[in-house]
Write a protein that binds this ligand. Structure first.
Ligand SMILES: NC(=O)c1ccc[n+]([C@@H]2O[C@H](COP(=O)([O-])OP(=O)(O)OC[C@H]3O[C@@H](n4cnc5c(N)ncnc54)[C@H](OP(=O)(O)O)[C@@H]3O)[C@@H](O)[C@H]2O)c1
Length: 232
């Protein structure tokens, strides 16, 4: 895909990885809609701020009408409630699914017909190593990222003949608010954004952005004993 002639919409572009992605796309000459629940928080010279709460059907419909010229949709917006599946409130567990699964899906459903009508393009879903391996203390997030991975696979197959390439980006820790309490090695969001946009430019279906993502994918082939060596 030629990024310089693309028109992109990045969800959750007001901070974190979404802001880094929007910055990278702008650098490469794309026209960029910066989606945010509060567009006043968008500080990205050259971008077009647009109100978008991905869990609100009316907001998604309005954004798709306002940004009908999109050819590259980046589903980045995400939540992290630190909810485990046994003791956390169901409302937190539901929020993870509402955001990562239903939110991403409803934005994809709203924009796919427009991307097709604009001659085709791409959808990039921001996934995780945790789409493939679960941390029990983050069970709700992992389950939602797995569901988002699954929808990425289904949409890829369903949209291919409409000229839309659907890509999943898997990554481990990035230095954003989402993981500010985590003490671990973290990638710079700007570095991962470069890898992401390179992947889209090259037409990749899957982008493994760091070692954590590559290790998680490799571990899948080893089954439960490799994925979860802590089990008795
Ligand atoms: N950070 C990591 O280590 C890591 C690793 C793997 C994958 N990811 C994924 O990367 C993506 C970006 O995460 P991040 O690290 O940049 O997190 P972040 O710093 O917490 O930012 C989250 C972004 O999503 C937005 N958002 C949340 N719910 C939304 C909704 N309902 N509608 C619209 N926007 C919403 C937030 O907007 P507000 O400012 O309005 O809250 C914010 O812009 C997520 O999909 C996450 O799962 C992150």
């Amino acid at each position: 895909m030629d990024i310089s002639t693309s028109t992109a919409l990045v969800t959750g572009a007001n901070r974190g990885f979404g802001k880094a992605l929007a910055t990278e796309l702008l650098k490469r000459g794309a026209t960029v809609y910066a989606g945010a629940r509060n567009p006043d928080q968008v500080d990205l010279p050259g971008a077009k701020p647009i109100a978008l709460d991905i869990t609100d059907a009316a907001s998604v419909t309005a954004a798709a009408q306002a940004a009908g010229d999109v050819t590259l949709l980046v589903n980045n917006a995400g939540s992290s409630t630190n909810a485990d599946l046994l003791s956390a409130g169901l409302e937190d567990i539901r929020l993870e699914m509402e955001t990562h699964y239903f939110g991403t899906l409803s934005v994809a459903r709203a924009f796919a017909p427009r991307i097709a009508a604009n001659g085709g393009g791409a959808i990039l879903n921001i996934l995780s190593g945790l789409s493939w391996v679960s941390f029990p203390e983050l069970g709700a997030y992992s389950a939602a990222k797995s569901a988002e991975w699954s929808l990425t696979n289904a949409l890829r197959l369903q949209l291919a003949d409409q000229g839309i390439r659907v890509t999943g980006l898997h990554v481990g820790y990035m230095d954003t608010d989402m993981v500010k309490e985590v003490d671990a090695v973290k990638s710079a969001p700007a570095d991962i954004a470069r890898i992401a946009v390179d992947g889209i430019a090259a037409g990749a279906y899957e982008i493994l952005a760091d070692n954590a993502a590559r290790q998680a994918q490799a571990a899948l082939a080893g089954g439960v004993s490799v994925l979860y060596p802590q089990l008795p």
